[in-house]
Design a protein. Sequence first.
Length: 108
Amino acid sequence: MNTLLIFLQAQTDGGMSGIVSSLLPFLLIIAVFYFLILRPQQKRQKERAKLLESVKKGDKVIISGGIHGLVEGLDEATVLVKIADNTKIKVERSAISTIVGITPEEKK
C-alpha cells in the first residue's frame, strides 16, 4: 500500500510533461497503424470498387475461382460470364477479381 502511494505521488510530481511523455508512444503507435494498415486498405477498397463499377459487356475477366471468361450481360449485383461455347454462368460482381483486356470486337 505504501509503495502505491509513493508511485502515485511520483506520477503527479511530473505534471503535464509526465502526461505528454506517457501519451506520446500511444500516439505514435496510432499514427503508424493508420499509415501502414488502414490507409492502404482503404485505397485498395476504392480501387476494387472502381474495378467492379467499370466492368462492361465484352470485357475479358478472371473470376475469383480462377475461371476466365467473357462478360455477356450485367445486372446491378450479378454478371453473366461466357466461359465456353454454349456455357454461361451467372456470378456476383464481387466474384470478379481482375479485368484481363479488351476483346477483338472492341478494337474494330
